[in-house]
Ligand binder design. Structure first.
Ligand code: FE2
Length: 190
């Protein structure tokens, strides 16, 4: 069960419309290494973690990734706000307008819709935590690319916050991995 705070984890107050940046940034909503993929992955994996502490960690981080989904959606919405169909078409978002108007929809930066195939749950805690550390590194690299793609302080500031959370999550998953090694039978030999 969750308690819902009616505010973002980090404030988003973008003043300037930037359709190109919205097109790039949406990948952190509906792309393979985005926040939605991470949230669903961790909230699925929590059930097969071997200890209360690791179940709790996956639930905590999965929940925070949902908060990051909310932040990314707010950013995309603000970057698109007031855009005309002609402006959207010129930015390569004509297809988005045709299907969704100016609404936010989970796709990658090339408009490919989100799929559950972007998530990963193998059931082995060692395997899953390795996946999660890689997922955090991939999200971190994507944020670095996005930071390079904008000069807008209001956008960069939020991206830097999200980048810093990926670093922390990577460290927490690393600690969890060390704690489960001895609890899982990884000595099978075929
Ligand atoms: Fe993360």
């Amino acid at each position: 069960m969750w308690n819902y705070d009616k505010k973002l984890e980090y404030p988003v107050k973008i003043k300037n419309k930037d359709l190109n940046m919205a097109k790039f940034l949406v990948t952190q909503y509906g792309g393979p290494d985005g926040e939605l993929s991470a949230a669903i992955t961790y909230l699925n994996q929590r059930y097969t973690m071997p200890t209360g502490k690791t179940k709790g960690l996956l639930t905590d981080i999965g929940t925070e990734e949902l908060a990051h989904v909310e932040i990314i959606c707010a950013m995309v919405y603000q970057l698109l706000k007031g855009a005309t169909p002609d402006e959207l078409k010129a930015a390569g978002l004509g297809g988005n307008y045709a299907q969704h108007d100016n609404a936010v929809f989970p796709t990658d930066a090339n408009g490919v819709p989100w799929t559950a195939a972007y998530t990963s749950t193998l059931g082995n805690p060692v395997t899953d935590l390795h996946n999660d550390m890689a997922a955090e590194q991939k999200a971190k690299s994507t944020y670095e690319h996005l930071i390079e793609l904008t000069d807008d302080y209001d956008v960069k500031d939020v991206l830097k916050f999200l980048w810093s959370r990926e670093v922390i999550h990577y460290q927490r998953f690393g600690e969890a991995l060390m704690s489960v090694y001895d609890l899982v039978d990884n000595k099978k030999c075929y």
